[in-house]
Ligand binder design. Structure first.
Ligand code: MRU
Length: 368
């Protein structure tokens, strides 16, 4: 996608020596890139949310292994780097998937060949991510087209958090169909949930939709139900951090409430995800997905730019207020109208997913 008109991705290698990423903590007020020179820096960038979004977390971890292989490509060193990277964030399964893919490939090779192979594989994983997300967009576009053909009016899509290109290598997941609809000339407008406490909707989704010229309106997280009751939402499309084999979808905290409101108002609720986001080992999302708990300052404070241009955090609760900060919640499959994957749309169920990914039927029947 574009930043000030220039085609840009969220992550790119520099001479097999370092990796550059966009510092997403500074958006929308500053566009700045950061160079990650070793696997510890890649791990820190994931933990402190310089980079975020399930697919991009996976891509950064893959490059983290490549960076580690430059220093020491022994089994011990690569396994230890993978452990460090895996410990950064618990919920998005793309992280585990990317690390497994890298280590399974590299540990089979002679040590002298590993570094070259690691850079090649990390780049391949990123290219694949772009293609998967493009295809999610292609399939999701059909849903937006149908809504447009039914009403002849601008299609209003509500989204939560940022599941746009900033959360992936390019295109995004939930926002990919929206970009493709916009590019195809279908009038589309996005209701963007601000997404407290970190406000990824306000800071990131609004920024990237604006860069691409897609009409959008920022709303407080609590407004979606009201808009749905008044017929102002044609469909909801959200991203995902982990989908179970049975179609339960874990995404940014607050997604579940949107699904409940959508269900009550007969608004279609879609979850967009590339296959590396599917955890084929589990079925029950509510009990089996580890939910990240983050620092309570994110709840007790709001961070932003003051009128004089200074970046600052302001306290919004009395001193010593107790707070809790769950990063994600699980939307049960029964509330999901459909899953949009790179292979097409399906029902949120084991049979729906296996219809698109039949190779998973034999491989693993899950333990749930
Ligand atoms: O905490 P974050 O910002 O990493 O959470 C991101 C989300 O929940 C996204 O919806 C999800 O990772 C999909 S990104 C294409």
């Amino acid at each position: 996608m574009r930043v000030n008109g220039t085609p840009t991705r969220t992550i790119w290698p520099i001479d097999k020596m370092a990796v550059e990423v966009i510092d997403q903590r500074l958006l929308p007020h500053q566009y700045q890139t950061v160079r990650l020179a070793d696997h510890a820096a890649a791990a820190a960038a994931i933990s402190n949310m310089t980079v975020r979004g399930a697919p991009l977390i996976g891509a950064t971890a893959a490059y983290g292994i490549a960076l580690a292989s430059n220093v020491d490509a022994s089994d011990l060193a690569l396994n230890s780097a993978a452990e460090t990277l895996l410990a950064t964030r618990p919920t998005a399964v793309n992280l585990r998937w990317a690390l497994q893919r890298m280590t399974e490939l590299l540990l089979k090779l002679p040590e002298a060949e590993r570094s070259e192979a690691a850079w090649r594989e990390a780049a391949a994983l990123c290219e694949e991510d772009v293609a998967l997300n493009f295809n999610i967009g292609k399939h999701g576009l059909e849903l937006i087209k149908l809504a447009y053909e039914a009403s002849g009016q601008t299609v209003n899509v509500l989204t939560h958090c940022n599941a746009g290109w900033l959360g992936t290598v390019d295109w995004g997941t939930a926002l990919s169909p929206i970009y493709q609809a916009h590019d195809a000339g279908i009038p589309v407008h996005v209701w963007v949930d601000e997404t407290r406490p970190r406000n990824q909707g306000a800071s990131l989704s609004c920024w990237e939709l604006g860069q691409h010229g897609v009409p959008h309106t920022l709303i407080p997280d609590n407004a979606g139900g009201h808009l749905m009751q008044h017929g102002q939402v044609d469909l909801v499309i959200v991203g995902c951090d982990r989908t179970t084999r049975a179609g339960d979808a874990c995404n940014k905290i607050g997604t579940y409430l949107k699904a409940l409101a959508a269900n009550d108002n007969h608004v279609p609720f879609y979850v967009a995800l590339p296959s590396p986001t599917i955890d084929w080992d589990i079925r029950d999302g509510v009990t089996e997905i580890p939910i990240e708990q983050r620092g309570v300052d994110e709840v007790l404070e709001v961070y932003g730019r003051a009128k004089n241009g200074d970046m600052l955090a302001v306290q919004i609760a009395p001193e010593d207020t107790q707070a809790v900060n769950y990063g994600f919640d699980v939307t049960p499959a029964r509330l999901v109208t459909g899953l949009i994957t790179e292979r097409g749309c399906c029902e949120a169920s084991e049979s729906g997913l296996l219809g698109l990914f039949p190779e998973q039927a034999e491989k693993n029947s899950g333990r749930g």
